[in-house]
Ligand binder design. Structure first.
Ligand SMILES: N[C@@H](CCC(=O)N[C@@H](CS)C(=O)NCC(=O)O)C(=O)O
Length: 199
């Protein structure tokens, strides 16, 4: 049995972790959890009390939350080069934009998909503020290029890239030129292609 056990459903955010695992290139066991009864059963709730996928087990430890799983894997296997070294200033970009994607970007996409109207007053308390500012920040995140951390492709690209990829695909984010060329770069990666072909 592999050290990494990956719980997922192909029609879920688990696809992001799947892509990350393919980038990592370590052996893993994938266990498909069906929506509904199986996801809410005691044996799976013991792994993720939220009864949601994805989840990861590694040497007995459990990690949930896609952004945490991607960061964990990058840090647990530093030799794979999917996180900048501790003394590399690019580590700031890594954490900054990965957390930005997990918080404000995810929130903005949720607001859009639910069709919620946000007043100017309310936008002050929302992490993403408003869509104009969000887009400007996202363009800045990928401006250095070709990746979030410059020349080094990292887990931040897996996570932020997935948010942009699916956000644009489902019309939750504007199809800006910078996003389209970033999506093209991401989609050209063999690990991403493998997961996209399974969707
Ligand atoms: N914040 C969680 C979200 C996980 C999540 O909502 N997963 C959905 C699929 S994309 C799920 O398992 N839904 C099943 C349910 O809630 O019953 C993460 O990033 O992992």
């Amino acid at each position: 049995m592999a050290d990494l056990i990956f719980y997922t459903n192909p029609q879920s955010r688990g696809a992001i972790v799947h892509w990350m695992l393919e980038e990592l290139g370590e052996d893993y066991d994938m266990r498909v959890i069906e929506y509904g009864e199986q996801m809410k059963r005691a044996d799976y709730l013991a792994i993720n009390p939220m009864g949601k996928v994805p989840a990861l087990q590694h040497k007995g430890a459990v990690v949930t939350e896609v952004a945490a799983i991607c960061t964990y894997l990058a840090a647990a296997f530093p030799e794979k080069g999917l996180i900048p070294a501790a003394d590399d200033p690019a580590l700031a970009d890594f954490y900054r934009w990965l957390f930005f994607a997990a918080g404000p970007v995810e929130q903005a996409v949720t607001v859009k998909s639910m069709g919620w109207e946000v007043t100017q007053e309310q936008s002050r308390t929302l992490g993403f503020g408003n869509f104009d500012d969000l887009y400007k920040a996202l363009e800045l995140a990928i401006a250095k290029g070709p990746w979030v951390c410059g020349e080094q492709f990292t887990a931040a690209d897996v996570y932020l890239g997935s948010q942009i990829f699916w956000g644009v695909q489902f019309n939750m984010l504007e199809k800006r030129d910078a996003f389209v060329s970033y999506i093209d770069r991401i989609s050209a990666r063999p690990a991403a292609q493998k997961v996209i072909s399974l969707a």
